[in-house]
Design a protein around this ligand. Sequence first.
Ligand SMILES: [Zn+2]
Length: 274
Amino acid sequence: MKAHTAVHIFARSLQNLGLQIFVRKAEEKEDEGIIYIQPKIDKNYLIKAENNVNQIIFKGLEVKEEQFESLKEAIEKYPNIRYNWQRLEENQKTRVIKIGDFDVAACAREHETNTFSLKFFTIKNVNYKGEETIIDFLVGENAIDFVLENKNKYLDLEYTLHTQDVIKNITNLKQENEKLKKENERLIKEVLLHTNKVIVENAMDYIKSIPEMIKNKDKIIIVGNNDIIIASKENNLIKESSLAKELGLKGIIKENLIAGKLDPDKISKLLNLN
Ligand SMILES: [Zn+2]
């Protein structure tokens, strides 16, 4: 009931932001649920609507029901009513659920009698599939626990990273990582000027650089922990190709390029040919 009542408030909150939405489906348990809404909705709108749902919860609005002989009558009294046009017809008896003056919707399901009993609402996860937004959410103590748990995880991150700006810090780390990757690649290329074989952690990280690396070489071999690249200028990797196939290498097997995943013991077997 809590989760379902929250769906009413959430849908109206999105509409109040000026969005044209259609709630195609909602699956609810007592204190959690999934809403399928069309169209794709930007995260910023979802956050605003989430905030609004909590304001409505804290206002403690009464939830009341009203019966109408037809949907038409309900629409006459409440032009702003939300209803599922796929399920309801104009002359059908209609039960209307009013949440204070905030929302009116045609609905046959059970609801809380006051928004305050929802305690709290939080979005847990958002996914997009085609033109649909799929929102996992929590209500009640479940939602409070989730928010606190995540707040504490964030504090842990601040502590671990020695920073009060986790996002900035992670962005910096990512940039640094990119720099190191490039530097690493430059070093590998330099090593390959003097030798034909180099050992790295992930050979496939270098696949894009192969055309450049092979420029001044007849053949190069890059050995990773669980993958390997053997590249040749000529189409002469005939023995290697057939052995790679036999060993079950997953990836590219051509007569001038062998590249892909392989178990370490099988990598040794393939290397024994060279
Ligand atoms: Zn309902």
